[in-house]
Ligand binder design. Structure first.
Ligand code: F6P
Length: 357
């Protein structure tokens, strides 16, 4: 097929992260400049495709965006559950896909985005998915772009907390993002030398946390660094049904799990405890060099698929090799930290407490 005539649609969906613009650039820059293709960006995720809110990306639009945080296209969350119930929205996306005479649509996103991508594939659209999220919880790829940038940001926070913890002999809790997975807390916790790391995959016992703090104090270590994933749960909560868990958390008088654990520490010990929640800083700013490279690998690989008219695929990296697998193989599958992950083993070998017996 004459590349001049291929028209690529592209959109960014779900939570933003560093690396989105690098990935857009990886697809669109060579497509426009080397193959004379047309690249149409849709604004604010799938919503832009529904509304036909688009911009044709020119070479100048793609200049200087490699290092830019966020997404030049904007993003939104279109909950998959709402989409499935609303055929009109799906029909609107299909209608605009055809109206813009797209040969394919490249979507940059996480779990929800890939579930919708697979749904559109089932409706006959040519789709390619690129794995994006700071959570790194997308099945089918070792890493998502955005993850390592968030690890770097979170690690810097932990490093800075170390000095104030030491100065005040405090127990310092750093609550990190990650949704239902503990990847970000595990990597940043190990990188930041945390004494205690609590992740959803290893439900914790608060008594084990307290024991670790007391052990440290007994060894003359008057401060402790505790990294808590926002999705961390106690052993008791792990035994609850979804309904019971929801009820127990709605009754929780604390804004998030980090504050609950801080309160428990102060109630059970005399250690001054403070909480830091870096929040959206973990999603902001320029991508790390690693993520710039990863996003560029993914973007250029997506274009190689488009050149072969190879669609319906999710791009990913496994053992440092970029490849693609059918969207239906990964759509909706969460990738959580395996209990025997090498970093958990390293942590245990180091004496890091994961809240386990
Ligand atoms: O998925 C990325 C993420 O930052 C999660 O880590 C976090 O729980 C969630 O998004 C926050 O969602 P929102 O951006 O809609 O507040």
């Amino acid at each position: 097929m004459d590349y001049q005539r291929k028209t690529i649609g592209i959109l960014t969906s779900g939570g933003d992260c560093p690396g989105l613009n690098a990935a857009i650039r990886g697809v669109a820059k060579p497509a426009v400049e080397l193959y004379g293709m047309k690249v149409i960006g849709f604004a604010n995720g799938y919503r832009g495709l529904m509304e036909g809110h688009s911009i044709e990306l020119s070479s100048s639009d793609l200049s200087g965006i490699l290092t830019e945080g966020g997404t030049i296209l904007g993003t939104s969350r279109e909950p998959f559950k709402q989409l499935v119930k609303n055929q009109d929205k799906i029909d609107q996306m299909i209608k605009n896909y055809k109206k813009f005479s797209l040969d394919c649509l490249v979507v940059l996103g996480g779990n929800g985005t890939h579930k919708t991508a697979n749904l559109l594939k089932q409706h006959g659209l040519n789709i390619i998915g690129l794995p994006k999220t700071i959570d790194n919880d997308l099945y089918g790829t070792d890493f998502t772009f955005g993850f390592h940038s968030a690890v770097d940001i979170a690690t810097e926070v932990i490093d800075r907390i170390h000095s104030t913890a030491q100065s005040h002999s405090r127990a310092m809790i750093i609550e990190l993002m990650g949704h239902k997975a503990g990847w970000l807390s595990l990597y940043a916790g190990i990188a930041g030398g945390a004494d205690i790391i609590l992740i959803p995959e290893l439900p914790y016992s608060i008594d084990n946390v307290i024991n670790k703090l007391n052990q440290r104090h007994a060894m003359g270590k008057k401060f402790s660094i505790i990294v808590v994933a926002e999705g961390a749960i106690s052993k008791a909560e792990a035994k609850m049904s979804k309904k019971q868990f929801k009820a127990s958390r709605s009754d929780m008088t604390y804004s998030s799990i980090g504050y609950k654990i801080a309160k428990q520490i102060e109630e059970k010990t005399n250690f001054e405890t403070r909480v830091t929640v870096p929040g959206y800083q973990q999603r902001g700013g320029t991508p790390s060099a690693y993520d710039r490279v990863l996003a560029t690998k993914f973007g250029t690989y997506a274009l190689s698929l488009i050149l072969k008219s190879d669609y319906g695929l999710a791009v990913g990296i496994t053992d440092n090799v970029v490849s693609a697998r059918p969207l239906e193989e990964i759509a909706g599958k969460l990738k959580v930290v395996p209990k025997d992950h090498m970093l958990i083993k390293s942590g245990f070998a180091l004496g890091t407490c994961f809240g386990q017996d």
